[in-house]
Design a binder for this molecule. Structure first.
Ligand code: ADE
Length: 248
């Protein structure tokens, strides 16, 4: 999978993605990431890429031409027009299903905006998906693009080693993941739940599923409701295990 990131801050994305699992995946060739500087396509003396908005209002807008020229340069050698994801708070909210969908692409362009956004005309011509990573406003699309590269690349073949790759993870069956424990058996007076030491795999699976349900009910009631509706025959615990917060 090849990620092409259109940005004014290539160093920001490349520095972060060169670390840890994404860095290793780039090293092994399981993914490739290139950050292309939109400013290199400015075609003016001061490499200026922004200008005032027609109709007035505060703030500057990224101009259409540098964005389009950058897009043309990235796509000139590709066999088919790729998906172009514009990172914006006005997009559809990103989730694991979108990550799965994106991971099937051969090439994907992630377009990062800055200032007040990008001239609408170039967006109309090149963008296929408008994606937000949540209902808050970032200073630019770079952090959102990194979120997408990270979450998509871990779904690509050869990126996660067996030890990185969980059997079960949050969202894989519509539930959050159950709590997990490692050594020591007692920490700060808290024991690892007895069932996990029993060696009874069926019981362990049952306990984990129940904990996943309870956790989802406590933390993401929206997901819990969806799960209950789509599993009408399953016995579902109705009681929260959340500890009440002590009042000061
Ligand atoms: N750019 C600015 N805010 C954003 C957000 N919430 N998601 C994606 N891109 C953004």
């Amino acid at each position: 999978m090849k990620f092409h990131i259109m940005t004014l801050f290539p160093g920001m994305v490349m520095n972060a993605l060169s670390e840890s699992i994404t860095g290793r995946a780039m090293g092994s060739g399981a993914i490739s990431v290139e950050a292309v500087n939109i400013r290199d396509y400015a075609n003016n003396k001061h490499n200026k890429v922004d200008d005032y908005t027609y109709g007035g209002g505060a703030g500057m807008l990224m101009q259409a031409d540098p964005v389009y020229l950058c897009y043309e340069d990235i796509t000139k050698d590709l066999s088919a027009p790729p998906r172009v994801v514009y990172l914006t708070p006005q997009g559809s909210t990103y989730d694991q299903n979108m990550a799965k969908e994106f991971s099937k692409e051969e090439d994907i362009i992630l377009l990062c905006g800055h200032y007040e956004g990008i001239d609408e005309r170039v967006l109309e011509e090149i963008v296929t998906d408008y994606v937000s990573i949540g209902d808050y406003v970032l200073t630019g699309g770079e952090l959102a693009a990194m979120v997408i590269v990270d979450s998509v690349s871990r779904l690509c073949p050869g990126v996660l080693s067996n030890s990185d790759s969980p059997d079960v993870e949050s969202f894989s069956d519509g539930l959050l993941e159950y709590p997990q424990y490692s050594r020591p058996e007692v920490w700060h007076g808290k024991r690892v739940p007895e069932v996990l030491l029993s060696g009874d795999h069926a019981k362990v699976d049952e306990w984990r599923h129940e904990m996943a349900l309870v956790r989802t009910m406590d933390r993401r009631f929206d997901l819990y409701k969806k799960y209950v509706l789509s599993h009408p025959d399953e016995f579902i615990p109705k009681k929260s295990r959340r500890k009440k917060r002590k009042k000061d």
